[in-house]
Write a protein that binds this ligand. Structure first.
Ligand SMILES: C[S@@+](CC[C@H](N)C(=O)[O-])C[C@H]1O[C@@H](n2cnc3c(N)ncnc32)[C@H](O)[C@@H]1O
Length: 540
């Protein structure tokens, strides 16, 4: 599509999708994209039978949108880590009622063997019932101070607190008996984690720290028993984040972080059982009607075909995906140090046996093994987008989700895209999910929502820009930036009400600052917020 036509088409793009999407009842992942946004993109930009490519597939929410789309589409996805791909297989598989019941049966035999670790005295009757969860504090290392036992007998729930002294002490004793038994069992199988304070992995920290010994032991036995059963491993993968110690609402997305107070330790057998029950009830109506092909050439057969490769994008060969074969790129690459995917996925690798890959991952991380600095990240992202560009047909459209609170990081990204042969057309603000980053947590400078960057493949790209890393001592000319910000915002306010910082950036300010060669000087948004407050007193 020609640049001017594309530009007009993008201007008319709105997120107002009417398709009824099936529910993703199994996958868990970080930075999941909204399938409604993806469906709107498909409806507006993709023609029947076109081939879509997502080289950073993750949990593939786009497959739900492709399933709901009225026409046949072809899809290629690559992903370096195995765990999110297991969800795809699960989502497209039609299980018979018997198969689902057999999964339940297999699990129940495991349940029977391990339920003893979750049996405690009822606060009222003299009988043992099932544990739902324990709430405890652990302010000093290894000093567990249980505050509440939440129990259930299949009909009713019971809360046992310290004031019911006799029963509480009895249960406390049972807990520590189990704790010490399991601690002994796991001492030779525990995994030493790779130190990285950025993601809360302390020096010499063991994997069991985030589970406590009872759940760690039961999970490792589950992993051992069902190692070869990919379906069971996928079910576990979908709830493993809840099996670790969490805060009361399981809000933290950081797998290695454990709070010090009101820590929740759950009965993981119940978690798995409930997930299986949910699947038995809902799986049938949520199956994706997609066909997984074994190679690229099978994609062209009639139907909604998908071709998924568990490979780093840098290693994709011409045999895997031929050059000039893709009509449209829709992707969400890793954003610098925001999510340490492979490091997080070590937990899933350990229990579910899904392989991770540190070596080829595109990320910024100061982990001790395969450390990746900013330059490594930019170099590998460059290699990736150079290769991706080759896979696209002439003038193809590329839609890339990208977000970072540091404007200079967007500058590097846009330079990489330019060097790889992509013309930057415009960007667009969508969605409401909140992004706060460690280095930048004041509400003013927080950027919210997703940003879509639109590019078209430029076949005659010879000119390369030099990506030199920001020199922190660089003198920033505030007046120069002020002129551009003022002009842009004044114009913007003529047709838009009270925009947030993220909206201003995504709906054009980033582009203006990039084209005026100012973006690379802006390390954080403070200077922009200062200008906005000085020039536009109503800016929040
Ligand atoms: C921002 S996430 C994509 C999330 C996805 N949009 C979703 O909704 O689930 C980026 C993905 O890129 C993957 N990744 C990192 N390096 C890669 C590489 N070299 N090749 C392919 N995938 C890679 C990560 O494992 C991660 O799943």
């Amino acid at each position: 599509m020609k640049y001017a036509i594309l530009n007009k088409k993008i201007k008319n793009f709105k997120i107002d999708n009417q398709s009824i999407l099936k529910k993703d009842i199994v996958s868990f992942y970080w930075s999941k994209k909204n399938p409604i946004v993806l469906s709107s993109i498909l409806d507006h930009f993709v023609e029947p039978n076109q081939t879509i490519f997502d080289p950073f597939l993750g949990s593939a929410p786009i497959l739900f949108s492709i399933d709901a789309n009225k026409t046949d589409l072809k899809f290629i996805g690559t992903e370096i880590n195995e765990m999110p791909l297991s969800f795809i297989d699960f989502n497209i598989k039609n299980f018979s009622k018997d198969e689902l019941q057999n999964i339940k049966k297999d699990f129940i035999s495991f349940y029977r063997d391990f339920k003893k670790f979750y049996e405690y005295y009822s606060p009222i009757y003299d009988e043992k019932i099932q544990l739902k969860k324990i709430i405890f504090d652990c302010v000093k290392d290894n000093e567990i101070n249980i505050k509440e036992f939440h129990l259930e007998n299949g009909i009713k729930s019971f809360l046992l607190k310290r004031n019911n002294q006799k029963k509480f002490l009895k249960n406390n004793e049972i807990y520590f008996e189990n704790f010490n038994y399991c601690k002994n069992k796991i001492k030779n199988i525990d995994l030493k984690l790779i130190h990285n304070s950025r993601i809360a992995v302390k020096k010499n920290m063991k994997l069991s720290t985030i589970f406590n010994p009872i759940n760690f032991f039961v999970l490792s036995e589950f992993g051992k028993k069902f190692k070869k059963n990919r379906v069971m491993m996928t079910i576990l993968a979908s709830i493993l984040h809840l099996c670790r110690l969490t805060d009361a609402k399981s809000q933290s997305q950081f797998p290695y972080w454990v709070p010090k107070k009101n820590i929740v330790e759950r009965n993981i057998l119940n978690l798995i059982y409930r997930k299986i029950e949910e699947l038995i009830k809902n799986k049938d109506k949520n199956n994706l009607n997609l066909i997984k092909t074994k190679n690229f050439s099978e994609l062209s057969k009639s139907g909604k075909n998908i071709y998924i490769l568990n490979k780093p994008i840098q290693k994709i060969t011409n045999k895997d995906i031929p050059d000039q074969s893709v009509d449209i790129l829709i992707t969400d690459p890793p954003y610098y140090d925001q999510v340490a995917y492979s490091e997080y996925l070590k937990v899933w690798e350990y229990f579910c046996n899904f392989k991770t890959n540190f070596k080829d991952e595109i990320v910024v991380s100061n982990r001790l093994v395969n450390k990746k600095n900013l330059k490594d990240y930019l170099d590998s992202l460059t290699d990736a987008f150079n290769l991706i560009n080759k896979k696209l047909k002439s003038n193809a459209l590329a839609i890339v989700f990208f977000k970072d609170s540091k404007p200079v990081n967007i500058h590097y990204f846009l330079c990489i895209m330019k060097n790889a042969g992509f013309n930057f057309i415009r960007s667009l603000h969508v969605g409401k999910s909140k992004y706060t980053y460690k280095q930048n947590t004041t509400p003013d400078t927080t950027v919210t929502g997703d940003c879509l960057f639109f590019f078209s493949k430029n076949d005659n790209n010879n000119k390369k820009v030099n990506i030199s890393l920001l020199d922190k001592k660089i003198k920033v000319d505030k007046e120069e930036i002020k002129t551009e910000v003022k002009n842009f915002v004044q114009n913007y306010l003529e047709s838009n009400k009270k925009p947030s910082l993220g909206e201003l950036y995504d709906n054009g300010l980033i582009k203006v600052l990039f084209e005026k060669n100012l973006l690379y000087k802006i390390n954080n948004s403070k200077i922009i917020v200062e200008i906005l407050k000085e020039e536009f007193p109503n800016f929040r």
